[in-house]
Design a protein around this ligand. Sequence first.
Ligand SMILES: [Mg+2]
Length: 266
Amino acid sequence: MVHYSSEAEIAAAIDALVAAPTLLIALDFDGTLAPEVDEPLDARALPEAQEQLLRMLELADTRLALISGRALDSLEHVAHLPSQVLFGGSHGLEYRLDDGDSSLPMSEENSTALVKLDALMHELADSADGAWVELKPAGRTLHFRLSTSADAERLQAEAVARVDAEIPGLMTRFGKKVVEFAIHSATKGDAIERLRDYVGADAIFFAGDDTTDEDAIAALGPNDLGVRVGDAPSAARLRVAGTREIADVLKVLTDRRAAAVSARTN
Ligand SMILES: [Mg+2]
């Protein structure tokens, strides 16, 4: 049986966290702040969660960040948050910090591989009606949903075989009528490390609902607090059932942090 954290467990863990001089609150978006929806660009944080995010922005010595598998543009579009929020997109490959957007630097070897991948994907897409190539920061996705099923099957098989032979060592992800190849892959753990340094955080609160969020949870230290949403296995210290429950946790976190910050300055 999965154990969901009690109110008392949540309050105790948060009380230990909010005394930190500088606190980073880092949150996954889909499935954590926002219920899952069919059309990715329609996703929105629950109003109860959004209200707490806006309150957090008023707190001294407290920074808010969203860390997502979405590309940065998509994350900014759905988040609807002011510019002082920090963003880590594409699982930590792309960032929007206070001084603008940046990507992790790519090695010369990786840049060469990306050029080869781009040419190969376009060659394959040109060989069938309805196929197209989506540009990702460190990869390419071949889409064949609108192709005939014979073409779709051939495209996927050819793409996998030729990438393996011509540009070995890439990461492959299969989706619904798409196949994606990535040159190098950052994780949400990399995003936690980068944002911890950037903010100079003494402690981090992180919440996420997916396996990729476990990389972020694994990057947390003893002064930090991780929360897993849902019932899958996790190394997180706290666990809650869903987006509604996380909104409640964020309210407790914001209330207690506000009290801690004002006690310090008075
Ligand atoms: Mg998620």
